[in-house]
Design a protein around this ligand. Structure first.
Ligand code: AMP
Length: 536
């Protein structure tokens, strides 16, 4: 349990920034109702999950185990605490409504997609569990996406039904009408307890036995070409990624805190501005050490100064790991043992990796797994594309057989598109093989997708989008723009226009006006040259 002092520190740190929450997983466990959300905390000592052998989990969705925890606290959000029973009952109620709306038997929606848009609170869990209970596939929507993006995801995933958590009915209902889809709404989470799930309702999905290979979730990512692709994960894949590790009897009893480097960087900025007195600094450090067992960074390269400063402030050496929407977590520095700054450690258990040269014979430079790594003699430290294989790798891009085929080698390795090296006994990510993927604040952004939107601006005739290096954000989305003759444009003007059309995190934060976007004879922009030119 947290002491009041710690809770006060959490308040004063203002760790409730929307962006902060966005980066977090959906299981929170601050200790007292009404207390603010601290982070991506997976608290395990308080209940019996710690004793559940992974074999018993059998790759069933997590809601199957919820009734066993009854009145125990599962989630605390802005409206207070919610027990496992309340989440379960509310999910059952919603699953019943979903089945009725689609004229299906309870649990009989196999193959159908349910898209849902929820706040970062218990309603997200309810909607996801309900989608699974009703037998369907969950398609989470993102609240910062503009309407056009939401519509694209709903249509591309061929969702049969929409669920709007509070207060997103206003956003989803007009879309549902336009697309001719039923739209169910959820009350605010302060009313979850009174929702219509009945105690003892035993009809829930008892007939479903083949959970492992069922489609569980479609998560949308950016593509290097074309529109975002839906990444389909089965329940087996989700377990391999998170739950087997979380529910293993070997898991420790305290918490994990995860964030992207930008979050740590922002927290450091806040710390430097607000915590100037020595006794406050001592206090923050003591609290972080006492309160948090492990702090993890991932989703983008962790700059060395951030790692070092965080260590000074909190006493925690951030554990850097590498992962992707398509593969979950794949490589990690060790929990115990030395964490090498700038490296991503070695493959997690059950993950196999290769580094392959981009030459005519795709020479394998390195091949390794959790236990050992073999390097082709003379090629240690040589760059190549990182390939990954293992149970947590996704099944397919939704409805995109060609892209799926192209992203795997013939013998089943997923091509990450990241350049890596193996040196000094660990793996290092050197960057994306494609300049068209920008990582800003942990978000993966397709430069081509941003260009596609910007080209719809009436005054823009040509544009190249690049990721300018930035200490806080990793990269900043920067548009190199050629305007129609006689037109002018400022960055604030571009941003105002873009807010109507683009997800906020994709909107350019840099604008460079040029007379002509330089293209080669093939009509291609050499973005590496552009970067070198404008950001030497
Ligand atoms: P996403 O699918 O949004 O999680 O983005 C995955 C991409 O993030 C990877 O393909 C990498 O380019 C990048 N990434 C993730 N973790 C790291 C890391 N520790 N260091 C550098 N890049 C990373």
């Amino acid at each position: 349990m947290l002491s009041g002092r710690v809770a006060a520190a959490c308040h004063s740190l203002k760790w409730t920034l929307p962006h902060w929450k966005d980066a977090l997983y959906k299981t929170y466990s601050p200790s007292k109702p009404g207390q603010r959300l601290l982070g991506a905390v997976v608290q395990r000592g308080a209940h019996r999950w710690t004793t559940a052998p992974s074999s018993r989990i059998n790759q069933k969705p997590v809601f199957k185990r919820a009734p066993a925890f009854g009145d125990k606290l599962a989630i605390i959000d802005s409206s207070g605490g919610h027990s496992y029973k309340q989440l379960y009952r509310s999910s059952l109620g919603l699953a019943g409504r979903i089945s009725t709306a689609l004229n299906a038997d309870f649990g009989g929606l196999e193959g159908k997609r349910v898209s849902f848009l929820c706040a970062n609170d218990a309603s997200y869990t309810v909607a996801q569990w309900a989608a699974w209970m009703s037998g369907g596939t969950a398609v989470p929507l993102y609240r910062k996406h503009p309407e056009s993006e939401l519509e694209y995801i709903i249509s591309d995933s061929q969702s049969s039904l929409l669920v709007a958590g509070h207060p997103y009915a206003e956003t989803l209902e007009p879309l549902a009408q336009r697309l001719g889809l039923p739209c169910l709404t959820l009350p605010s989470t302060s009313n979850l307890d009174t929702s219509d799930g009945a105690d003892g309702q035993e009809k829930e999905t008892g007939d479903i036995t083949d959970w492992a290979d069922r489609a569980a979730m479609i998560i949308y990512t950016s593509g290097t070409t074309g529109r975002p692709k839906g990444v389909l994960h089965t329940h087996r894949g989700l377990h391999a990624m998170v739950w087997e590790m979380l529910l293993s009897s070997k898991a420790p009893l305290v918490n994990v805190f995860m964030a992207v480097p930008t979050i740590y960087s922002k927290l450091i900025q806040y710390y430097d501005q607000h915590f100037t007195q020595p006794h406050v600094k001592d206090f923050v450090k003591a609290v972080c050490k006492e309160r948090i067992r492990l702090m993890v960074s991932g989703s983008a390269a962790l700059p060395l100064p951030t790692l070092q400063r965080w260590e000074e402030i909190t006493g925690h050496t951030l554990l850097e790991r590498y992962g992707m929407t398509e593969i979950g977590m794949a490589l990690s520095n060790p929990l115990k043992g030395s964490r090498i700054p700038g490296a991503v450690g070695f493959p997690l258990p059950s993950v196999e990796v290769r580094i392959v040269m981009n030459n005519s014979s795709n020479t394998t430079i390195v091949e390794g797994n959790h236990r050992e790594t073999q390097v082709r003699p003379g090629l240690e430290g040589k760059e190549g594309e990182l390939l990954v294989r293992g149970p947590s790798v996704f099944k397919e891009y939704w409805n995109k057989p060609q892209e799926t085929t192209e992203s795997f080698t013939d013998d089943g390795w997923f091509k990450t598109g990241d350049t890596a090296i193996y040196k000094d006994g660990v793996y290092w990510i050197m960057g994306r093989s494609s300049v068209d993927i920008i990582k800003s604040g942990g978000y993966k952004i397709s430069a081509l997708e941003v260009e596609r939107h910007l080209l719809a601006h009436p005054d823009i005739i040509d544009v190249a989008v690049i990721g300018a290096p930035d200490a806080t954000w990793g990269q900043k989305v920067t548009a190199v723009v050629q305007l129609k003759n006689g037109q002018t444009m400022t960055l604030p003007e571009l941003k105002t226009w873009a807010r109507e059309h683009m997800a906020p995190y994709t909107i350019p934060t840099g604008l460079v006006l040029v007379e002509e976007v330089p293209r080669n004879q093939m009509g291609k922009v050499n973005k590496k040259d552009l970067l070198r030119h404008f950001f030497p």
